[in-house]
Design a protein around this ligand. Structure first.
Ligand SMILES: Nc1ncnc2c1ncn2[C@@H]1O[C@H](COP(=O)(O)OP(=O)(O)OP(=O)(O)O)[C@@H](O)[C@H]1O
Length: 380
């Protein structure tokens, strides 16, 4: 653990590195997240982890548990979005036999399973309003009753919750109870999206190349600069999970020891950062005065096409009206339509703008979070 007074000493640094061994990356943004983890872990306080899908919220929750005095006790996870409403209460608090139709035996809930340890409630923003007072009570009083029982159970559980939603906005819309929000928001930790910590990309790529090449028994001897440049310029809407999946795809595709660029043109168009990012990468690696590699210089049309596709993706392909792409791009809808025609942008799977069989919408949903099954709500 680092001291609270400044930089960790070498031994502390070594211990810290071991504790965070699974967390790859050395960007300043990630380092400051880890410093927050170190600060809060030993306190036992409730932590709220905020971040887009795939940024590593669960990894951070586990790190908080591992660095805390509860390490060695249970770490129990429940994904509130993965459990049907009717079953969620029983999952959390357990039930007695006969508590409801189908309750043929008594069942221990996640709070009891996590006793003395940590309960990680993922997607807390999806917790139904009806269950929120019960959760508030158990956080405040550390006691609850199983469904169908009047017996009160006392427990000692540290709660770590996570969400990709803006809970304060949900509170403003009366979709989330303010008292529960304040109780959860004791110590918020925000994990920045990968596009805001591009310094981590290279290390993550190397890490996952290592993981997948070992797993598949393949030798990857070279990760070309062009592949790294493509990764560095991409926007990563699915964050580290998406990067992990794309590296896996690239390792599967590699048959000559070289890691190919796994990003399809559709993915690049849908999720690319402003291409200046790529140019900057080239510039940084190019001798002063030399021109960046032409391969990374997009034509104006390419940039227009990518930007229009991104805006259309946001508006659900709505072109006119105050929420349409025309209004966002500040051009008349008819002008936008003719521009789309000229650039070959069409909203169907056969559009040819990207030379791809995949529609942009499909490309995006391919990157998006995989549907979680009930089995994701696992226990360790
Ligand atoms: N810094 C990192 N180093 C190594 N692996 C990482 C890192 N961040 C995330 N991952 C990996 O990326 C995947 C997604 O991470 P995780 O499940 O923790 O994200 P999440 O934010 O909880 O996602 P979701 O919101 O969809 O539940 C996991 O396989 C995790 O191990």
């Amino acid at each position: 653990m680092g001291s609270s007074t400044g930089k960790p000493q070498p031994r502390q640094q070594e211990e810290r590195d071991q504790e965070f061994a699974q967390i790859v990356g050395t960007s300043a943004a990630l380092e400051s997240v880890l410093a927050e983890v170190e600060r809060v872990a030993p306190t036992g306080s409730t932590v709220l982890i905020l971040g887009e899908t795939g940024t590593g919220k669960e990894l951070i929750a586990r790190a908080i548990h591992n660095v805390s005095t509860r390490c060695g006790c249970p770490f129990v996870k429940l994904n509130c979005a993965a459990i049907p409403f009717d079953l969620l209460e029983s999952e959390l608090f357990g039930h007695e036999r006969g508590a409801f139709t189908g309750a043929v035996a008594h069942r221990v809930g996640r709070f009891e399973m996590a006793d003395t340890g940590t309960l990680f409630l993922d997607e807390i923003g999806d917790l139904p309003l009806a269950l929120q007072p019960k959760l508030l009570r158990v956080i405040q009083e550390q006691e609850f009753e199983r469904l169908g029982s009047g017996r009160t159970h006392r427990i000692n559980v540290r709660l770590v919750a996570a969400t990709h939603r803006d809970l304060s906005q949900m509170v403003a819309r009366n979709e989330f109870r303010s008292d529960l929000y304040y109780r959860l928001n004791v110590f918020p930790i925000s994990i920045p999206p990968l596009r805001q910590r591009r310094d981590d990309i290279r290390e993550l790529v190397m890490h996952f190349v290592d993981v997948f090449s070992r797993r598949m028994g393949k030798r990857i001897e070279e990760v070309p600069q062009s592949t790294l440049n493509a990764f560095a310029a991409y926007d990563w809407p699915g964050n580290v999970r998406e990067l992990q999946n794309l590296v896996e795809r690239a390792v599967i595709r590699s048959d000559d020891g070289v890691l190919p660029n796994p990003l399809s043109p559709a993915e690049v168009a849908m999720g690319s950062a402003p291409k200046l990012g790529a140019i900057e990468v080239s510039r940084r690696r190019t001798k002063p005065g030399a021109l960046p590699d032409r391969a990374y210089l997009d034509s104006l049309e390419d940039i227009q096409r990518q930007h229009i596709l991104r805006v259309l993706d946001r508006t659900g392909w709505l072109i006119s009206g105050p929420n349409g792409a025309g209004a966002i791009l500040n051009i008349h809808p008819n002008t936008l339509r003719s521009l789309m025609d000229r650039l070959g942008i069409r909203n169907n799977t056969s559009h040819s703008s990207l030379n791809s069989a995949q529609s942009p919408c499909h490309a995006r949903s391919g990157n998006a979070k995989r549907t979680r099954s009930e089995s994701d709500a696992c226990t360790e």
